[in-house]
Each structure stands twice: as C-alpha cells, then as structure tokens.
Design a binder for this molecule. Structure first.
Ligand code: CO
Length: 134
C-alpha cells in the first residue's frame, strides 16, 4: 500500500542555481547530490519534514528530464508515493487500467526501487512509486 508522499521531483536546468534558491530563499539544507546514470540525471535532495524535494538536472539530451524541460520548461516533474510493496502497487495500477512506463521497478536515487506511471493515464501527473530497498 501507499504510505505517504515520498518526494516531489522538480526539473531544473541548473542544479547549482536551484540549490542556491532552495538554500537561500527557503532556508532548506541540501542533504546530498547523486547522479543516476540510468536516467541521465543529476539530483539533489532537500528534506521538508517527511517529504523530500528532488531536484533533477539532465546530464544529456537523451535524459527524460531534458525532454521535459524542452517541452514545459522548469517546474514540477513528478509526484512520488512511497509504498511498502512496489510490485503489488504496479500490478494494482495495471489491473485498473493505468499505463505503466516501467513494468519492473529499477534502482533510482537514494537506494530506492522506483517505477513510473504514464501521465496520460494519471490525469496529467507523472506518478512514481518508490520503495526503500531492503
Ligand atoms: Co523521483
């Protein structure tokens, strides 16, 4: 089942500039940066209570984030729900007609298993499921 909102993914053109904004304007503390090579992105995380902000900067034109930025500009890219059973959550979504971008979870940032639902089947919100890897 879904237990909480884990993070909001936000697409940015410059991780450094965005980190400066979150640190200076909002007074948040960057918890760390990580490159996710499989997705061609660099990420930075900020904690806001139990929820995190995940900043996403593309590292190549092939990155899904590069495509998103070209189409929409910077802004909210996805909403990530924490689940204790990502496989079951994907099966449930599929059973109810949602379009899966990933049939199988894969390793995302922060040592988590992640998978996405297509925004065309989720009322416009790119939806991520994530589960802390055991
Ligand atoms: Co995410």
């Amino acid at each position: 089942m879904i237990t909480r909102i884990d993070h909001l993914g936000i697409a940015v053109t410059s991780l450094d500039e965005a980190i400066t904004y979150y640190e200076n304007v909002l007074g948040l503390i960057c918890e760390g940066r990580e490159e996710v090579e499989s997705q061609n992105v660099r990420t930075a995380f900020f904690a806001v209570g139990d929820v995190h902000i995940e900043l996403l900067e593309p590292t190549s034109d092939e990155s899904p984030i590069a495509k998103f930025l070209a189409k929409n500009g910077p802004g909210i890219h996805h909403v990530a729900f924490a689940t204790d059973d990502i496989t079951g959550q994907l099966a449930r979504a599929k059973d109810h007609g949602a379009r899966l971008i990933h049939e199988e979870p894969f390793a995302g940032a922060g040592d988590k298993l992640v998978a996405f639902l297509h925004p065309k089947s989720t009322f416009g919100v790119l939806t991520e499921f994530c589960q802390t890897a055991r």
